[in-house]
Every structure is written in C-alpha cells, then in structure tokens.
Write a protein that binds this ligand. Sequence first.
Ligand SMILES: Nc1ncnc2c1ncn2[C@@H]1O[C@H](COP(=O)(O)OP(=O)(O)OP(=O)(O)O)[C@@H](O)[C@H]1O
Ligand SMILES: [Mg+2]
Length: 1108
Amino acid sequence: MEVKTSLLDNMIGVGDMVLLEPLSEDSFLENLKNRFDHNEIYTYIGSVVISMNPYRSLPIYTPDKVEEYRNRNFYELSPHIYALADEAYRSLRDQDKDQCILITGESGAGKTEASKLVMSYVAAVCGRGQEVNKVKEQLLQSNPVLEAFGNAKTVRNDNSSRFGKYMDIEFDFKGDPLGGVISNYLLEKSRVVKQPRGERNFHVFYQLLSGASDDTLKKLKLDRDFSKYNYLSLDSAAVNGLDDAANFRTVRNAMQIVGFMEDEVQSVLELVAAVLKLGNIEFKPESRCNGSDESRIKDKNDLKEMCELLGTEQSVLERAFSYRTVEAKMEKVSTTLNVAQAYYARDALAKNLYSRLFSWLVTRINESIKAQGKTRHKVMGVLDIYGFEIFEDNSFEQFIINYCNEKLQQIFIELTLREEQEEYIREGIEWTNIEYFNNAVICDLIENNQNGILAMLDEECLRPGTVTDETFLDKLNTICAEHQHFESRLSKNSKFLTDHSLPHNCFRIQHYAGKVLYRVEGFVDKNNDLLYRDLSQAMFKANHSLIKQLFPEGNPTKVNLKRPPTAGSQFRASVGTLMRNLQTKNPNYIRCIKPNDKKASHIFTDSLVRHQLRYLGLMENVRVRRAGYAFRQPYEPCLERYKMLCKKTWPHWRGPAREGVEVLMADLQVPAEEFSYGRSKIFIRNPRMLFSLEERRRQCLQDLATLIQKIYRGWKCRRQFLLLKKSQIVVAAWYRRYAQQKKYQQIKSATTVVQSYTRGWQARKLLRELKHQKKCEEAVTTIAAFWHGTQARRELRKLKEEARRKHAVAVIWAYWQGLKVRREYRKFFRANAGKKIYDFTIQRIMQKYFLGLKSSMPSMSPVDKNWPARPYRFLDGVHSELRRIFHLWRCKKYRGQFTEEKKAVYEEKLEASEIFKDKKALYASSVSQPFKGDYVEISKNPKYQKLNSAVVEKVLLADVVNKINRANGKGTARIFLLTKKSVVLADQKTGQVKASVPLPDLSSVSVSTQSDGFFALRLKEGSASAVKGDFLLSSEHLIEIITKLHRIGTTAADRDQINIDISDEFLVQFKQDKVCVKFIQGAPKNGNSVSCKRKNNRLLEVSVPTTA
Ligand SMILES: Nc1ncnc2c1ncn2[C@@H]1O[C@H](COP(=O)(O)OP(=O)(O)OP(=O)(O)O)[C@@H](O)[C@H]1O
Ligand SMILES: [Mg+2]
C-alpha cells in the first residue's frame, strides 16, 4: 500500500510559511533559522521555494531523492527544489503549459547552483535515448563554458555570475528535450580591465594560464606567471577550493561536447590571450610641436605579439591607439589621443573584445543546442540573473542590475497575484482585493520613456555639447526631484539638502529591496559604451576569422554614421523582451537567501537574512498569499487526511470527495467564514484553522492508534487466550485420557483380581463339584466296572464253559466223525498210504526249501560271509554242506578269471601268507600292497648303467635297503638286487656293486616277529661269501624280499630251500664275532621309527615301536 505523506508530516518548524502562526518578521526568521539548523534549506511560501545556501554539500540531491520526488504532488513531500522542478516539468509535459523558473536572490545566495539543480533534475526525469541524452549533455555542458567566461570570484561569491542568463529548454510533446536557447544579459565587462579589491578577473584567464599545456601557452605567446599581466588582479589569484587547472580541462571537454571545433577553441583562446596582451600595452606622453600631448606606446613587444595573435597589422593598431577619426557628413577629422585617452581606448577595446567574445560564445552554443524542426515546442525557461547588489560604491552596472531585479520583483508580484487571482476565479471563490507594495513606481522612475533615469541618461549621451556625469546628475535633480523614491542632495526636494549620507556626486534610489546610493561617475561613458571607430576598423582588418565577425561595424564599406544604441537602452529593451517572454509562461519561483557573508556553513546571520527577506518581499509574498486563503487542498487528499475526524467519513467515504469534505466540515462545526469550497479544492482562510485541524487529526491519530492498539492487544490477548484454551483442552484431554486410562487399568486390575478370586472360587467350587461328580462317576464307573467285570466274568465263564462244551462237543464230534470216516473209508485205503503222505509232505518241504534258497543266494564274492538261515532243524547238515559247496564253487569261479601274472602275484602273496601270517606283525600291512618287484628301475636310470650291465640275470626284485652297520647299528642305503641266482648289494649313488652273494651261499634269513623291516641274510659257513660275515639289512618291502627269496628256493630244483627264521632274538655272524640281534618293543621315538643301537659287543638292540 502506498503511504500517503504530506508536507505537514514530520515538519521542522513550518514547511510552508503561509501556515506560520503568528506571522511576523521575527517568527518568519525564527522558522527559517530553525529549519536551516536542521539542514532543511528549502521552505515554501505557497508554491514559491525559499532556498537557503548551505555552503556545503548536503546528501539531498542523490538519484534516490530524484526518484522520491518524481511524479509526486508539490505538497506531498517536505519542501525541495526537486518538488518545484517536478511540478514545472509535469505541468509542461502533461498540461502543455510553458514554464519559467525564476531564480532570484543576492550574489552568492545560490541562484546558479539552483538553476543547475533544476536542469539536472529535469534531465534525470525526462526521456532517454541516444539523441535525447546528447541534447541533455550539451545543455548541461553549456554551463561550465559560460561560467568560465562569465563568472568571477567576487568578495561575495567565489563563483559569481557576472552576466544574466536566461535559458529556454525546449521539449517535444513527450517531454523529451530537443534543445535550447540561451540569452545573456549585460556582462560586467568593466571587470576585464579592473577588479575591485579582493576580487578576480573572469575565471578563464586564470584557467588558461594554470591549465593550458606549455605548448599551448607558447603558441598563445603567454607566460604562466599571473603577475606578468596588468589585467589580472594578483591579491586573490588563487582561490580556496577552486582548481583552475582542472577546471580548464573541464571547460575544454565541455566545449568539445557542446560542439566547438578545435580551430574555434583555438581562436577563442587567442582572443583571451590578446586581451591579456592588450592590458600590458602601456603609453607614454610625447609632446608635439603644437604643444599638445600625444601618446606613444612604451614597449611595442606586447603590441607586436598581440597583433601576431590577432593577425592585425601592428601599424594600424598603433595608429588607432594614437588617433581618433571622427566622420561627420562625409568629412573625416583626425585628432590625436593623449595618454589618458589612449588608455581609455585600450581598455574599451579590451572590454569590447571580451564582451563580444562572450556574446559570440553564447551564439555559438545556441547554434549547437538549437532544437531541430520547426514545430512548436514546449518551453521551460530558467532565469539565473545577477542578484540585487548594494555595494559601498555602486556604479552604472549596479544600477542596471538593480533595475533588472526591480523588474523581476514586479513580475513576481504581478504573476503571483495574477495566479492567485486566477486560481480563485478557476475555483469559483470570491476575490477579495489584496493590499501590497507594488514596485511599478520604481520601475517607472528608471525606465519611463519621458522622464525615466535611463531615458535621461540617453538624452544626455546624445545631447550635443559638453556632456559629463555631473550634467546628467543635474538633469536628474531637476526632473526626478519630486519622485518619492529618488533622493539627491541637490534635488529640489529640500529634505535631502542636509542629508550628509548623500554625497553631491551621487543619487539614491529607494529600491523595493532597500536604498542604494549610486555614484554618477562613469554613467555617461558606460552608457555610451564607446569604441573608437579606428579601433573597430583595425579589428575588422585583422586576419582572424573570429575577430572579423566580432567587429562588423569596422567594415569600411558599411560605415554607419548612426550612433549605436546606448548600453542602457539596449539593456532596457532586452529586459523588456525578457519580461514579455516571462509573462507568457507559467512562473515558478526560487528565492535564494544567503545565510551569512562569510561563505560559511552552519552560520545564520539574522540581520543579513532579515535584510534579504525584506527586500525579496517575502513577508509581502506570504501576506498576499494569506490575504485570501492561507491554505488550499484538493478535496481528495483533504478528505483522506482528515476523514478520521468524523464518524461519517471514517473509515471510508463512498460518495464524491467534495461531499465528504462538506460532511466533515459540518461535523467539525468549522465556522463558515473560515473556509470556502472551490470547484476542486477547499480553501482554508486561516492557518490557525488548519493547525486546529492538524491538532485534532494528531489527537485523533493518537486515539486511533490507541484504538488500533487496543483492538490489536485485545485480538492478541484473545488469540493468546484461545490458544491457551485450546492448549488447555488438549492438555486436559490428554490428562483425562491418562487419568481414565490409569483408573481403567486400576479398575481392570481390581476387576481381574476380583474376577480371579470369583473365578477361583467358582472354579474351586466347580472343581469340587466336578471332583465330587467325578468321584461319584468314578465310583459309579468302578462299581459299574466291578459290576460289569462281575457280569463279564460271569458271562465269560459262561461263554468259556459254553465254548469248552462246544469244543468238547466239536472234538467229540470230530473224533466221532473221524471214527465214522475211518470206519467208513478204511476199506478204501492201502496199507502204505501213510508213507506216501509222508514222502509227499517231505518232498513238498524240500521243494519249498530249495526254491527259498535260490531266491536268497548270497553274492559271488569269496569273502561274502552271508548265508541264509536254515528253515528246518532236520536240514542242518544239508544246509552247511550246501554252503561249503557254494563257497568252493564261487572261489573256483573267481580264480578262473585270473591271468598268469596275477596268478603268480597271488601265489607269491599266498606264499607270503604261509610264511608270515600270524608270525610277523609286519605282514598285515603288506597284504594290501601289491608286490611290484622293481622299485628302483635300474634299467631306466642311466646312473645305474654299470650295475645293469654287471647283473646278467633277470632282476626279480630291486629295492633300496639299509645295510645296518655292525659297529653302531646305523643304516647305509644300498641297492638290493635279487636275481634267480644271487643277491647283489650296490652303492645307491654310484650303482657300484658292493657285494654279490650267490643264492646257494645263503643258509637262512632271520626276521623278527615285530613290525620292523630288519632281516639278516645268513651265509653258509665255509662259503666264499661268508668271509665278510652275514648281512643285517632293513627294508620297507621285507615281506616281498623274503617271499621272493623263499620262492626261488621252492622253484629251483637245484637248490635247498632257504630257511626262514622268525624270532625276536637271533645271532648274526659278523666276521669272527657272533652278535645277538634283539628286538624289543619300545615307546615310539623319533617319529615312530625303528631304531637300532649297539649295546655291547654281543648285542645289537632294535627297538620297535609298539603297534597299536
Ligand atoms: N544547494 C547548495 N548546496 C551546496 N552549496 C551551495 C548550494 N547553493 C549554493 N552553494 C554554494 O554557494 C556558492 C554560491 O552559489 P551560486 O554561485 O549559485 O550563487 P549565485 O546566487 O549564483 O551568486 P551570483 O549572483 O554571484 O552568481 C556556490 O559556489 C556553492 O559553493
Ligand atoms: Mg550565479
């Protein structure tokens, strides 16, 4: 929601002086001071803006501020120059009304700054686009150029405008700027040649000398040192806070933006340099033969350089400074100039040169910023003219300046009143005449065509005969003596005869802004503004395009003998044009006030401000504004602002705003004379009334705030309460639930207890009953059982009796029948019938036996021990015989499958079994091992090639055995070869035969009963092999070796069978000794292996681990 603010909100003092109560000069001043102290430099008088110069930059011109004031109503926000600029721009754009912004105030009050602020605001809020921006930039950049050439430091203002400026900014129908036209008024050209104490010449001279490059200065034949130039005042050449060099660059840049060509800039600078050079030309008197004094130029160097700059002939200019030619009716009269006249001519040339250059600059800028197209443009004029000046020594310039200010004051009064009047008419309000001081009478004193001061000055200037400033004053004394605003010592008005504050060579005018004393000296000359024709012609002859343009009257072909219009009449005419121009436009006023004379911030000098507000007629302004109605406001904002004061209009008024306001006023019982209803606005006569409304509003706002607060607080409390209530309900619900749950659980457990007791009691009761019942039933059952038992036994006995009887009957009957049958059939049976039956029965039984045996035969495996059980005892013998036969038969079948080799193997195995079974513990482990015979494969191993060739017969067994050393019982690996004829022992590594024993030399072999592999080969005593003694060997394949040795003995017909001696103690013949080898069973040692130890000379003990 947009927040509606008003000028009346957050006011410091009173924002609009019209509302000041009570209205007096003191309260006016106090209000201004109060606001100034709070940095509120702008205050309104109705639609007029009073601007106090803050002399420091305030943060109130930011882009944000521009946005804040953009498109807002004038009174909507606190007073600001932007509000005025916005109002003017919007009326121009939206209502097609040409505007003018009149900025007045004394020197240093801030007019130029205000005009720039207005222009920058308008530039910021108007349209955008490349072309538009260029125009804006050119318009804004015209300021630094004109300020450099037209502003100077004065005692009042470091940047004082020494010319009047009126700038028309032209806009198209959309409000986009198209261009502009600048008019300049009366440059204070006397400053070029002479500056009052503490002041400077125009800025451009200092800027050029400080800021131009050495090269430029050389071209312009200038020296950077200010002191070298007579026209430059030296005591204040450097100004605090003014950087001339930087400003020079700004000006050059601005000239470029505005559209000056490089050669134009150069020409301008040449002219500026020429003026400086001109000031340095000095004259000396030279007596002529006719006795008169003639002037001569002292040092021609400066003249020479100046002539070079301007392209003039030195001699021409030199002559122009020495002679004056007067032409009258085809006659030319030349008179010499004395030194004073020569200086006058020099200064006149300098002033003219500079002021014409300035006018040319304005024209040139106008050319650049001129709006294109011929359609009618909307125009906003900004007038920044020099302020009212009262110096100690006031001359023609001040007179002209103050005349201009009088005119502006008049137009201000006229337009303000007219506008006021127009508004009343527009709004249909009755117009009451307002008394105010009209300065028309002062304007008339100055500008009246017949007896005005300017007219008389012109008359004096044009009059033939001796004309001096004194003759002019005399004239004034006679003609204006009666005028109430004219004062002079020598006037016919006797009341000033003794007024010593009025010197004889002065006259005083009571301006609207105060009395000003003018010294008449120089009035005539300045009004004449005479430049000797010789000089203008010399200038025209110059070979410099710009100079030529500036002095058109020097053209000898267009000699105009008519006197040029005087400065005064020119100014009057241009002011007249300006006033007419302004009258066609809607005026907007900015009244600038200077708070102090020290150019200092925060200082408010009461007397100075009081003086300004007097001469600016601000009090009158307020009075005029208040004479009718002090305050007016359109109905809608008025209703919006005060609607809370009446119940009928609060909070909303649905009807038209005016009716709402009427209802409001009636309700508030505002006396009818205090206000009037216009067509669109309500007019409030007295500020008191407005303030009482404001006070009531404030009160009401407080009440409303209290009400809102109350309602809000009520709402907040209620909300809080409802929330609490809701929470309480929730809490209560939870609590109740919890309590009920707890209670329920208690009841439940109590119930359960009671129930369990009850049930227990009931159950016990029931149990008792059931037990009783059961007991009864059991008793009954027992009784019944007994009874039934009794009955059953009785029955059984009966039945048994009956059955016995029946059986007895049946047996008796069977016997009887048998007897009967036998008796009957005896004759049919033979005597051997009994035997036959017996045989048949036996046969039948045997058949059944064999068939049963057939179906339950065991498998064909010889080791299968199964055999069906015998069915009848009498078949006992048959059954075991059959079993034996079957076993033999299946063994035969099994053997029948064997090949010859396998048969041999089995035979060997069988033989081994015969030798060792149940005799040596090692045997059992050998049963499952097949007898491979060759464990060494000497034929395949090239290592044993020699051994292979040494053994001729077929090797039946080859194995690695350990030959036990008889000395220590340790074993040495040997290859053991068994052939049909011998036993060979060879080295395991080399295959070298160590011993070869022919089998016939072997007497027996001794082995132990244990699981060891030791065997002793015992040799026949007396044989060749027995020399070395018996062999004690050990082999893993002991059973196979012995079996094979035994077999060779069995199969060889030519040899005795080798004895196998199985015993745990046997004797071995070692060379001469007989050693007993004893086998003992010991605990497993060294990984369960057999160990052999020599115990003594006669005993070798072999410890064999106990077999499990
Ligand atoms: N609104 C402002 N904010 C800050 N400083 C300001 C403002 N207005 C004026 N000034 C200061 O006051 C000085 C004088 O202002 P300005 O040149 O506008 O005066 P003026 O009324 O144009 O005087 P003159 O009649 O001599 O030309 C400025 O140079 C500037 O320093
Ligand atoms: Mg100024």
